[in-house]
Design a binder for this molecule. Sequence first.
Ligand code: PMV
Ligand code: MG
Length: 364
Amino acid sequence: MIEVSTPGKLYIAGEYAVVEPGHPAIIVAVDQFITVTIEPAKKTGTIQSVQYSELPIRWTRRNGELVLDIRENPFHYILAAISLTEKYARENNIPLSFYDLKVTSELDSSNGRKYGLGSSGAVTVATVKALNAFYGLNLDQMSIFKIAALAHLEVQGNGSCGDIAASCYGGWIAFSTFDHAWVRKQRKQSDLTSLLNSAWPDLSIKPLAVPENLRLLIGWTGSPASTSDLVDQVHESKDEKQKLYEQFLSESKKCVTEMIRGFEIQDVDLIKQMIHRNRCLLNQLSSISGVTIETPALKKLCDLAETYGGTAKSSGAGGGDCGIVITDQKSGILPLMSAWEKAAITPLPLHVYYQERSAHESKG
Ligand code: PMV
Ligand code: MG
């Protein structure tokens, strides 16, 4: 039996800007996992996942017609990951066979997703990795990222694939997405194997060394929102407010680049300053787009963290879910935890998850 576990993720900085190529984000992998197992089968295969066993299938209307929103349903990510990995196998003359694929998850609960730790990215990566092992494809880490990213894009369409990178590489990473238009064009023009072998413009995934005295705290505010809906909404305002949006993009790039420098020179103060700066920029993006990123509960989470010597911001698309705190002051941690609990914010005892990897930077 093949068994592969991949971690969930949390965004630290650079959200929304990171969906545009060349704009960095910092993301961490956390120790909550999705596990995919594959066992050989005969004549028919099965796919079974706890993720969608009780998940309602969301739908909306377009021109009056009922349309399923497949972006929230993990089943479609699994199917896209299978179809692309098997395409690669076929292109490389590896015979296909039958199997039973099973998904178990710590990232989802029976009433849908739990803490917004990115189960769709993790399941896509886990499926590609499990089939890589099952068929003996010998795909390297970057090729696994690329297949999972292509699968994810087919289903979600509007994401940066930063969650895929975090789930693939583990640890703390600096991530910039690839030129999506270029990749889509190549998908039509060339086979998958050549696309995996070519450099993807703008893509950069770089492990970050974390300063020893840096502490990451995570709080959960409940009321999860749909990331893909929020990204759509921000993009709807993009044309109308083009100048302000571009200003947000370039300021976010400056801020996260400076934060990455903070990691390189191991300067926690600089990292903290840039977390605060990024929080302000995301609040500006909220005013530009009319989309609530920092909810009142996330504001409370951040403000309390600042009272106890940390700096904080919403994590990911916001609108609920998690906030993150960076601190180097151990003494403030316990009082902050109890202040959070009084304010109905749940501290999450997660740790950054590292896996074996080559130490150097991966470019497209
Ligand atoms: O809500 P999350 O944790 O899935 O993060 C979304 C981050 C965005 O930048 C808003 C979208 C993306 O795909 O990068
Ligand atoms: Mg989210």
